[in-house]
Design a protein. Structure first.
Length: 257
């Protein structure tokens, strides 16, 4: 079945003084139907976080331009991009003394194959229709506590150390990357990549319904609006990418069940 891609990237500064996230969707410059989506949540004072996130996105875009779909493994594209970004961010610490670091979640879409990877607590969710298929597991202290059974997922949402990361790009230690893939993409597959400024305000079920019942652009608009309402004036930067796979023979407004 031929598929079309409905995609949108969106941001909001929230209630922070600066937008330190970066988000992008890059089509491959030579291969139709191949794209890279990425969200980077930068951290560090005096614009350091913004510089780190910018480096993550820039490195991914540069590597995509040299990527040969069908000949090279997209996992290597993601892994090399994160390694290179980590090295560049870490080197910049000695120049600007701004302690920059960043999370990253990125996905490569190709005909018949989707691959994603991440570092930190920016997430990817994969739904079919409104039903959750998988989501990334945060590289965070509270996720470690949940996995070990010491706290519940509900307790993790309000834990005082919920923002403590176990790994990041540009940190002192070598970063940890995790990867996954989806080898049979089909109409009704919906994906969201987002920073913690988004996922902190939504259940899995609610995100699934929002992606399934709206176009990518409409979903982004509604998710940002709801996150802003729920933040009550104390919201983080908001960044997300929504990607919906649709049957190319159907009308664009078709909603998979």
């Amino acid at each position: 079945m031929p598929l079309t891609i409905d995609a949108c990237a969106a941001q909001h500064q929230g209630d922070r003084k600066e937008q330190q996230d970066r988000v992008a969707i890059f089509p491959h410059p030579r291969h139709k139907g191949v794209l890279l989506a990425i969200v980077a949540d930068g951290m560090g004072g005096h614009t350091g976080g913004a510089l780190a996130a910018e480096q993550v996105v820039h490195t991914a875009r540069t590597n995509l331009e040299h990527f040969a779909p069908g000949e090279e493994n997209p996992r290597y594209l993601l892994e090399n991009s994160m390694h290179e970004a980590h090295t560049m961010i870490k080197a910049s610490r000695f120049i600007n003394e701004k302690d920059p670091h960043s999370t990253a979640v990125a996905m490569v879409v190709q005909p018949g194959h989707i691959t994603w990877g991440y570092c930190g607590d920016s997430r990817l969710y994969h739904f079919h229709g409104k039903h959750l298929q998988t989501r990334t597991v945060d590289h965070s202290y509270v996720e470690h506590l949940v996995a070990s059974g010491r706290i519940t997922p509900l307790q993790a949402l309000t834990h005082p150390n919920r923002n403590v990361l176990m790994t990041s790009l540009g940190g002192e230690n070598a970063p940890r990357f995790d990867f996954a893939e989806h080898n049979a993409p089909s109409a009704g597959d919906n994906f969201i990549l987002c920073s913690d400024g988004i996922w902190a305000y939504f259940s899995d079920d609610e995100l699934g319904c929002l992606l399934n019942e709206n176009s990518a652009r409409e979903a982004c608009q509604k998710i940002i609006r709801l996150a802003r309402e729920r933040a009550s004036g104390s919201g983080d930067n908001l960044s997300l990418v929504v990607i919906r796979l649709q049957d190319a023979t159907r009308k664009p407004d078709h909603r998979p069940a």
